[in-house]
Design a protein around this ligand. Structure first.
Ligand SMILES: *Cc1c(COP(=O)(O)O)cnc(C)c1O
Length: 355
């Protein structure tokens, strides 16, 4: 049986898996809701998306995604408030960034209505999968990849755009210890670092494994040219607080333009905090750590919103950050989460009501 929601055809799953799910013990990104949105591109155009039961997809072994890595994705969340209203956070920014990523990988850009109306229809169908309560949300993973066939190293002639969702519990990984990378690079000038391209993450796994073997949890990437300037983490932008000034690197073609990062910058400025967007050398951070003026470091990204860093390794030495009672990290996180979950006014117009 098919119905239509927001102009999108919906083919409903015959049964639901929701009763098998332990919503109090969700491991991030491992349980998927009943439906997905699927949209195909071929013969030079995107065709109307459909909501259908979540299921495996079939691809030819010569599909170009496997060989040439044409694949980009997004990460966003839906929140349910006390009145069961459903909210997104700056979703048009995710839509625009998906197209920026696609363009860089010579993939076709999506029409806005297919993304937005498709996403809203999917969320309405799977509304019961959006968990309610502190720290809980439905993680949303839109992605586009080359489904067209052929061993020839050229852009595919067919693509798929899919949105899958995964309910997630409170995502707090504790504080992390990070290694400031001096050998490997995540991205380079003129490269694809600004795109949420699958290959960017594949390239980080090995250096991250080496860092984990040394006792760190994550890598902080530095500029590929000199390894002297702090850029970002694997899936988070980085903020450093020296005295009472928040510093973050400017975005570039090497750094992903994070929506959490720019929200934190705007919010911090509106709270009267000192924010500097500028190149930040590792030497400056090390000096600040030695002088005791380095107060905080934290990552910023959709999954954890803000992820505090407890210490870092550099040049074979370890530096530990102070344990403060009140941190900018927790203040800014609470402000953002309150806006996301409709617990506070939204003077910025970031919240987007789905239903
Ligand atoms: C997704 C991502 C971020 C964070 O972006 P948000 O829009 O805040 O989720 C930062 N850096 C990289 C490399 C990323 O992939």
């Amino acid at each position: 049986m098919s119905t239509v929601i927001n102009d999108i055809e919906v083919i409903k799953a015959k049964t639901t898996k929701i009763h098998e799910v332990d919503f109090d013990n969700l491991k991030f990104g491992t349980v998927f809701s009943d439906h997905m949105l699927v949209c195909d591109y071929n013969k030079g155009q995107w065709h109307a998306p459909k909501v259908m039961p979540y299921q495996p997809i079939t691809l030819d072994p010569s599909a170009k995604i496997f060989h040439y890595g044409q694949s980009v994705f997004e990460g966003m969340k839906a929140y349910k408030d006390a009145e069961d209203q459903v909210w997104l956070f700056r979703p048009l920014d995710n839509f625009k960034r998906l197209n920026i990523s696609s363009k860089r990988l010579a993939m076709p850009e999506l029409p806005e209505a297919y993304f937005m109306e498709g996403l809203k229809a999917l969320l309405k169908v799977d509304k019961d999968w959006i968990p309610k309560g502190e720290g809980r949300s439905l993680y949303i993973r839109p992605f586009v990849f080359a489904s067209g066939n052929g061993f020839h190293a050229s852009p595919a002639d067919a693509y798929k755009f899919i949105i899958a969702t995964a309910p997630s519990g409170s995502y707090f990984s504790g504080t992390v210890r990070v290694l400031i990378e001096q050998t490997y690079s995540r991205s380079a000038n003129g490269g694809v670092g600004f795109a949420k391209a699958g290959g960017n993450y594949a390239g980080q796994f090995y250096p991250t494994q080496l860092a984990i073997e040394k006792g760190y949890q994550q890598v902080i990437w530095t500029d590929d040219n000199t390894h002297e300037f702090i850029e970002e983490a694997g899936a988070m932008n980085i903020f450093v607080r020296i005295e009472d000034t928040l510093i973050t690197a400017p975005t570039s073609d090497r750094i992903l333009d994070g929506i959490t990062r720019k929200s934190i910058i705007e919010l911090a400025k509106s709270e009267g905090m000192d924010v500097e967007i500028r190149k930040l050398s590792v030497r400056e951070v090390v000096e600040a750590a030695k002088e005791g003026t380095l107060k905080e470091m934290f990552g910023a990204g959709t999954a954890a919103v803000v992820s505090p860093i407890s210490g870092f390794g550099y040049n074979g030495k370890d530096y530990t950050l102070p344990e403060l009672e009140e941190t900018y990290a927790s203040f800014l996180k609470k402000r953002i989460v309150d806006i996301q979950t409709n617990n506070a006014a939204d003077p910025f117009g970031w919240r987007y009501k789905v239903v």
